[in-house]
Design a protein around this ligand. Structure first.
Ligand code: SF4
Length: 374
């Protein structure tokens, strides 16, 4: 079993971000109390079993103070069996990390950090409106390692507009010098409901060129693999098998509970979506109501979800499982199309498992959606 806890606050809005958060933090303590209430109300959502991973995401969970973090983790421990050795991850921004906060996180039981570095290049950080400096980005990993947390992932963003690839090269060299076991690398995308989205509409910025993004992706994958990182999911790279156990559970369709505004949950038969609005969430939880929309999943939903997430991973997609989930519809609708993709060299089939080739990884989402069943 897996638990996601969404902390919907940030110091400032990054220009590219369309996650759910508020920069008004006056309700932060009330929010922690409401999420604790939701954890209690939701304790029967998942099948019985130990909680193997807990993930604080956001927003910016490193803005939680000690009392808020303890309230949430104590509530989890009181109402679930947390497995010995459970992976407990906290997403953190570099400007929140110092010796005091890191030792507080370690005392609370956080044993993995996912640090939103994004870039070590000051002008790129300013362009994206990140709250931290390049110096903080460089120093925070060492401070975390000194505090005894060595299971660290850093996030990087590529395809940030630039004249050439030198800045990405420098970002990668800096990342390798930090010697972290896990790196996530995401393409800069311009979403409509963001500052970048509105600037694009007003022609203040140009769209990200596909060719440039593809060149940066290929360069990044080559560099990371050359440094001993395994691309176990299109955007995720790990050394020595130190995969994100939490995120891997999503990609393998394991049941999980998500609490907090905008969090999703999945138990194999339904998917639930919490309201993406802090005041509405707080108000509902005060009345003992979980403000969620429930969707009952069909065979097609489960098949398409499995294709979308599974094809992006080294584990790939098992054809027999696709057959069972889709009740035979996958082969009936797409066998010929799949054979065409195999001939083009985008997908390969090994002993009943489909995996993307290096060429296929460049347009993974398109391949999956072309294979979706009705
Ligand atoms: S800190 Fe993270 S969640 Fe907050 S605005 Fe920036 S990218 Fe989005």
């Amino acid at each position: 079993m897996h638990l996601y806890i969404h902390i919907p606050f940030c110091k400032q809005a990054c220009h590219y971000c369309d996650f759910h958060f508020s920069t008004n933090t006056t309700q932060k303590r009330a929010m922690a109390e409401a999420i604790a209430r939701e954890i209690v109300l939701r304790k029967s959502y998942l099948p019985d079993g130990d909680m193997e991973t807990i993930y604080f995401g956001g927003g910016t969970p490193s803005m939680l103070d000690e009392a808020e973090l303890h309230l949430l983790l104590d509530t989890v421990h009181r109402h679930f069996r947390v497995a010995p050795g459970a992976e407990i991850t906290l997403e953190a921004n570099p400007d929140d990390l110092n010796a005091a906060s890191l030792s507080m996180f370690a005392r609370a039981g956080i044993n993995r950090l996912s640090i939103g570095i994004q870039s070590f290049h000051e002008p790129h950080l300013r362009f994206m409106n990140r709250a931290h400096t390049a110096l903080e980005a460089k120093q925070c990993v060492k401070i975390a390692q000194n505090a005894g947390i060595d299971n660290i992932s850093i996030d990087l963003i590529y395809a940030i507009p630039s004249e050439n690839h030198d800045i990405l090269h420098a970002d990668l060299a800096q990342a390798f010098a930090l010697n972290v076991p896990h790196i996530s690398a995401y393409c800069l995308t311009i979403e409509p409901q963001t500052a970048f989205g509105s600037w694009l509409k007003k022609k203040k910025i140009k769209p990200i060129e596909e060719e440039y993004a593809a060149q940066q992706f290929e360069m990044l994958v080559g560099s990371l693999c050359g440094e001993g990182y395994e691309q176990y999911e299109i955007s995720n790279f790990a050394r020595n098998g130190r995969y994100s156990r939490h995120n891997s559970s999503y990609w393998k369709q394991h049941p999980y509970l998500g609490v907090g505004p905008s969090a999703h949950s999945y138990n194999g038969t339904t998917r639930e979506f919490n309201v993406s609005h802090n005041a509405k969430y707080l108000d509902a939880l005060q009345k003992g109501i979980i403000p969620a929309t429930v969707e009952t999943l069909t065979g097609a939903d489960n098949t398409n979800e499995y294709l979308l997430t599974g094809l992006r991973t080294i584990w790939g997609v098992d054809l027999q499982k696709l057959h069972e989930l889709s009740n035979g519809a996958f082969a009936a609708q797409h066998r010929r199309q799949l054979d065409g993709m195999i001939r083009k060299g985008w997908v390969r089939e090994d002993s009943g498992t489909l995996r993307l080739t290096e060429a296929g990884k460049l347009f993974a989402d398109r391949i999956s959606s072309d294979l979706f069943i009705d």
